[in-house]
Design a protein. Structure first.
Length: 225
């Protein structure tokens, strides 16, 4: 089952709001509203309920509960993913996350190995503030000290057949990061944060370069495994 929560913020849904009925809604405006409504009551309740269910299923063992929020003003579509250790759990990567929606998935220990670390990454394709197509990569390392890392690059940057050289560079940069990382590049921005426990929340917000979320206002800051 794919877990995506929240009402998509499109031109149609914005025009249904009184304050936007007579406005021309641009990608930048859709992104701004999505960022503003990130923690709206209905979305927050849905995500918290789902995270609690995932925590229960994870059983307080090694697990990374990943939350991705789309505030780019347009649809994000799954491009690729990479596992250094661990694997996707019973919730697959959402193939599509609409503007204004949360995507939720679980990254868990690989039962076939003795490695308890959970290190992975996922890349989504979306538009930057100029409407140009870019790929957005979010990576997490759930092995103390935990790390979070993000990059925004050209299309198919992480889909290259280069013997995992590109992913090796990501791993090296992630190791030099911390539990929070803020990326601004290619006309877009993303901010990622992870907890510092074996069962941790990883939260990523993808947005345009015109605004930044408050890092103290992440859902994960009030959620514990």
């Amino acid at each position: 089952m794919v877990y995506v929560f929240g009402k998509a913020l499109t031109n149609e849904t914005l025009k249904a709001m009184t304050e936007y009925q007579d406005m021309i809604t641009t990608l930048e405006e859709r992104a701004r509203v999505a960022l503003m409504m990130k923690n709206s009551v209905d979305k927050a309740v849905q995500v918290r309920q789902q995270v609690e269910k995932l925590m229960e299923k994870a059983g307080r063992r090694e697990a990374t509960i990943c939350l991705i929020y789309n505030a780019t003003g347009d649809t994000l579509t799954l491009v690729t993913y990479h596992d250094w250790s661990g694997q996707i759990g019973f919730t697959p990567y959402p193939p599509k996350i609409e503007n204004g929606q949360w995507g939720v998935f679980l990254h868990v220990r690989n039962a076939a190995t003795s490695d308890a670390s959970l290190v992975g990454a996922v890349a989504y394709r979306g538009k930057n503030v100029a409407g140009e197509i870019r790929d957005w990569m979010q990576a997490w390392k759930n092995k103390k000290p935990n790390k979070a890392y993000s990059e925004i690059r050209e299309v198919d940057h992480w889909s290259k057949d280069d013997g995992n050289r590109t992913w090796g560079l990501v791993y090296d940069k992630m190791n030099k990061s911390s539990i929070m990382n803020n990326e601004r590049n290619e006309g877009g921005s993303s901010i990622v944060v992870i907890g510092n426990d074996p069962c941790s929340i990883f939260e990523a917000i993808m947005h345009t370069a015109q605004g930044s979320p408050n890092p103290n206002n992440f859902l994960g800051s009030s959620l514990q495994c």
